[in-house]
Design a protein around this ligand. Structure first.
Ligand code: FES
Ligand SMILES: [Fe+2]
Length: 348
């Protein structure tokens, strides 16, 4: 069978902290049905969502202490997936277990590692610290998008689309007319665009709160395989922001991490962080809802694009200059997959 379109040896966001607790949450992550919960000591657990006995999803059962009781015949599994109780018998078949996945909570997300557990290093969880940092105010959401996760990555790596998809909020001609620079390493691809001395679009005029032209920046950083942080902001034109002095401006970070669910659906976690007006909770709420509306515009485009791609499986795609960032992102993803297919796969 072909390898899926995503690497398995990577940390993937599985849930926002507010979605998971002392109940059982089922999620499809990289083609695997997984049940998630939080133990009494507040650490997360991720187990295969299928009972060893007759495959009933464990998420239909219940938690007792830190163990899951299957909702059909009552088999009980501990937090490592080992069966510790079988009804009407004293001996427990030692092979009775469900797969458990490495899981950690970091920066308000629950991350899981669907690949070889021996390779899972929590230090490699992508950096989302802005989402939980006293110098930033942040909040976000999960969108379940019916498209290949790479289409979301393409979308974020080329913000030229703001001009055409988001013209009433963050887009204007300056985005599409200003050239950008692309750099990359083995793990990162970075697209930098500086728009000098421009009229800010409505969204940024409001955040900035002052009249006059601005220097606007968008620094998009892709971390393979699917995390993109975008450093965005505006500062009074000519006050040195491009040289590093952002004191006359406002700065945000748009955090994105896109988890493949199946080959043509994904879980898109995002957050909007800002470094100004930090204690204003209503601004945090308004910003989250505003960005949510902007991303709804993307969702409509992405799902329509996915349908069109499926209807035209032989269509050849040509790349434009604006596709440079997404081409690098896809190359880095393909490299991770190639490394994985060359290595022996741990037994399921
Ligand atoms: S299917 Fe779970 S105990 Fe039978
Ligand atoms: Fe967009």
């Amino acid at each position: 069978m072909d390898h899926p379109s995503f690497p398995l040896n990577a940390w993937y966001a599985a849930a926002y902290d507010v979605e998971i607790g002392r109940t059982l949450l089922s999620r499809m992550i990289c083609g695997k049905k997984i049940v998630l919960y939080i133990k009494q000591d507040n650490t997360p657990v991720a187990l295969a969502d299928a009972c060893w006995h007759r495959l009933l999803p464990l998420s239909l059962g219940r938690l007792e202490g830190d163990n899951v009781i299957c909702g059909y015949h009552g088999l009980e599994f501990d937090d490592t997936g080992r069966c510790v109780y079988m009804p009407s018998q004293h001996t427990i078949n030692p092979s009775a277990c469900v797969k458990s996945y490495p899981a950690v909570e970091k920066h308000r997300l629950i991350w899981i590692w669907p690949g070889d557990p021996a390779l899972a290093d929590p230090a490699e969880v992508p950096d989302w610290h802005w989402n939980q940092d006293p110098d930033w105010a942040a909040d976000g959401k999960l969108i379940e998008v019916k498209c290949d996760y790479r289409l979301v990555i393409d979308n974020l790596m080329d913000l030229t689309h703001e001009t055409f998809v988001h013209s009433t909020s963050i887009g204007n001609r300056a985005v599409a007319e200003t050239p950008f620079e692309t750099t990359h390493t083995d793990k990162f691809a970075i697209v930098t665009r500086w728009m000098h001395d421009i009229e800010p679009p409505p969204f940024w005029r409001k955040q900035y709160g002052r009249p006059g032209n601005v220097d606007r920046w968008q620094i998009i950083r892709f971390e393979a395989p699917c995390t993109i942080t975008i450093d965005v902001g505006v500062a009074a034109a000519g006050t040195g922001a491009p040289q590093g002095d952002r004191s006359q401006g406002v700065n945000g970070f748009v955090l994105n991490t896109i988890t493949p669910s199946t080959e043509n659906t994904c879980l898109y976690f995002w957050s909007m962080a800002r470094n100004f007006d930090l204690n204003n909770q209503s601004r945090t709420h308004q910003l989250r809802e505003g960005v949510s509306g902007v991303f709804r515009e993307d969702e409509i485009i992405l799902e329509a694009q996915q349908k069109a791609i499926e209807a035209n499986p032989d269509h050849q795609f040509y790349n434009l200059n604006i596709d440079a960032g997404s081409m690098w992102a896809r190359k880095l993803i393909d490299k991770m997959i190639a490394r994985e297919t060359a290595m022996p796969v741990a037994a399921e």
